[in-house]
Design a protein around this ligand. Structure first.
Ligand code: 13P
Length: 255
C-alpha cells in the first residue's frame, strides 16, 4: 500500500528545548490522519531520545534520523550505528541526502551500505536522490537520478524494497526558495517510478512512496502533492516552524 508521508528534516538546527517546544506545538495542531498517512520527524541525533519520548504511543507520527553509519559498530569516533537508532525507537532513516553526499563525500557505495544497515535493523529508509543545477541545465537529470536509484537500491530484494521510501530532492531547490514546478516534479517522480517498475515490477512501483523535497512550503505543498506520482514531502526549513509544518501536513491530510 502506497503511503502519503510528510517528513521533517530538521538538519543541524534547534537546541533540545527548542526541539521539545516545536514538537509540542505540532501536537497542538495535528490533524487526524488515517492509516495510509504518516508524519515523520527527523531531529538531530542528540534529540532522538527526547523526541522519541514525546512521540511515544503515537501511531501516525514516527521518529526519524537523518543518517546512520555504514558499519555495524566499532572504532568510528563520533558516529552512530543503525542498531543504536533502532534501540532508541527510530522507525525511519534518511539516507543519501545531497548535503551528506556533498559535504561528507558519501559515495553511492557508502549510501548503499547505509541502506543495508538500516534495513537489517528493521527500520524504513528514506532514500534521497536529486540532481545539481548543472545537470538540470544540461537536461540529463533523468539519467543522473536513475543512476543514483540503481546504485543505492537495486541490490535489494523485493521484500527489502518494501521498506524503502524515495525522496526526490533537486539540489537547486533545497533551501533556495526555488521550488520545482509541478510539471518538473511529476515528470521526475514518474521517471523514478518507471525505473522501479522496470526492475521490480508493477506492484512494487505502485506501492513505492516518492516524496518531493526542496523549498516545499505551505504555499506550494497542496499543488505539489496533487501530482499523481508525488506522495508527500521531505521538508527542511518549513519543518522548523510549527504553523508552516502543520499547514503542509494539512495539505497531505486533505489528499
Ligand atoms: P528545504 O525544505 O529547506 O528546501 O530543504 C529540503 C531538504 O533538504 C529536506 O531534506
Amino acid at each position: 500500500m502506497r503511503k502519503k508521508i510528510v517528513a521533517a528534516n530538521w538538519k543541524m538546527n534547534l537546541t533540545l528545548n527548542e526541539g521539545a517546544e516545536l514538537v509540542n506545538e505540532i501536537f497542538k495542531g495535528l490533524p487526524v490522519l488515517n492509516e495510509e498517512k504518516k508524519v515523520v520527524i527527523a531531529p538531530p541525533y542528540l534529540h532522538i531520545v527526547q523526541t522519541g519520548e514525546q512521540l511515544a504511543g503515537m501511531i501516525d507520527v514516527c521518529l526519524g534520523a537523518q543518517n546512520c553509519h555504514s558499519e555495524t559498530s566499532g572504532a568510528y569516533t563520533g558516529e552512530v550505528s543503525a542498531a543504536m537508532l533502532k534501540s532508541a525507537g527510530v522507525e525511519y532513516v534518511i539516507l543519501g541526502h545531497s548535503e551528506r553526499r556533498e559535504y561528507f563525500k558519501e559515495s553511492d557505495a557508502t549510501v548503499a551500505k547505509k541502506v543495508n544497515q538500516a534495513l537489517v535493523n528493521e527500520m524504513q529508509v528514506i532514500f534521497c536522490c536529486g540532481e545539481p543545477l548543472e545537470v538540470r541545465d544540461a537536461g540529463t537529470q533523468n539519467d543522473y537520478v536513475e543512476s543514483q536509484v540503481k546504485a543505492g537500491l537495486f541490490h535489494l530484494s523485493d521484500e527489502q524494497l518494501k521498506n524503502v521510501v524515495i525522496a526526490y530532492e533537486p539540489i537547486w531547490a533545497i533551501g533556495t526558495g526555488r521550488v520545482a514546478s509541478t510539471e518538473q516534479a511529476q515528470d521526475m517522480h514518474a521517471h523514478i517510478r518507471g525505473v522501479i517498475r522496470a526492475q521490480y515490477g508493477d506492484e512494487a512501483a505502485g506501492d513505492m512512496s516518492i516524496l518531493y523535497g526542496g523549498s516545499c512550503k505551505p504555499t506550494n505543498a497542496a499543488e505539489l502533492f496533487s501530482c499523481a506520482d508525488v506522495d508527500g514531502g521531505l521538508i527542511g526549513g518549513a519543518s522548523l516552524k510549527a504553523a508552516e509544518f502543520l499547514d503542509i501536513i494539512e495539505a497531505m491530510a486533505a489528499l
